[in-house]
Design a protein around this ligand. Structure first.
Ligand code: GRF
Length: 208
């Protein structure tokens, strides 16, 4: 079976990128990370990619006249690697229409809350401030909104009275590293079907 070609956009440490690379390498999912792109020169995600011999690009937004031109360069790189699925993994920019149009319903994101609760920045802090007893993470397809796209997988974790932003983030991250590769695997196997705003998971025996 041909492996799904994945491109990852990351701005920071890239632990989710790592979880996808690991799952690919262990043969758990029918996918391979072909290229990693960052908007930050110092992103550790780029170093991780290099470690595995994955081509890594820093695309400097300041070198482009506008967002469309910056994104056109990103699309150019992704197309060069014949990427079939784009994974946002701690990518700190809102994806614009240039990338969205080039990869319709082929862009995923991971967010550290149970969407639609707490979209945007500092999701863990938002959850703590709100006093929720359960939080978690969500893998979703990306649309033009901020963390608003169709939900693919979610995982829940408890929130404790003595949690800090860091302790909650750590508990959630553990789950992120499970469900993101799973979602990529489901996509790779053609099991995700978008029906309206809903993502149906077809086939297989496993309950998600
Ligand atoms: C994760 O918490 C992810 O949910 C959010 O940004 C963080 C990225 O972490 N979108 P990493 O760079 O993957 O380690």
């Amino acid at each position: 079976m041909a492996l799904l070609k994945v491109g990852v956009l990351a701005s920071g440490r890239g632990s989710n990128l790592q979880s996808i690379i690991d799952s690919c390498q262990r043969g758990e999912i029918n996918a391979e990370v072909k290229v990693v792109i960052s908007d930050s020169r110092d992103a550790y995600a780029l170093r991780r990619a290099e470690k595995y011999g994955i081509d890594a690009y820093f695309v400097n937004v300041k070198e482009y006249p506008d967002k469309a031109a910056y994104e056109a360069r990103i699309v150019e790189i992704l197309k060069q690697y014949q990427v079939e699925l784009v994974c946002l993994a701690g990518y700190m920019r809102l994806v614009g229409s240039t990338v969205l149009k080039a990869f319709p319903w082929r862009i995923m994101n991971i967010h550290p809350s149970l969407l639609p609760a707490f979209p945007g920045l500092h999701a863990q802090r938002q959850a703590l401030d709100h006093g929720v007893k359960i939080s978690g993470c969500t893998v979703h397809f990306v649309d033009e909104g901020m963390d608003t796209g169709p939900i693919i997988l979610q995982a829940a974790v408890p929130v404790y009275d003595d949690d800090t932003e860091e302790s909650l983030a750590e508990r959630i991250l553990e789950q992120e590293h499970k469900i993101y590769p799973q979602a990529v695997g489901l996509f790779a196997d053609g099991r995700l079907q978008l029906v309206g705003k809903k993502v149906i998971i077809n086939g297989g025996k496993k309950n998600y």
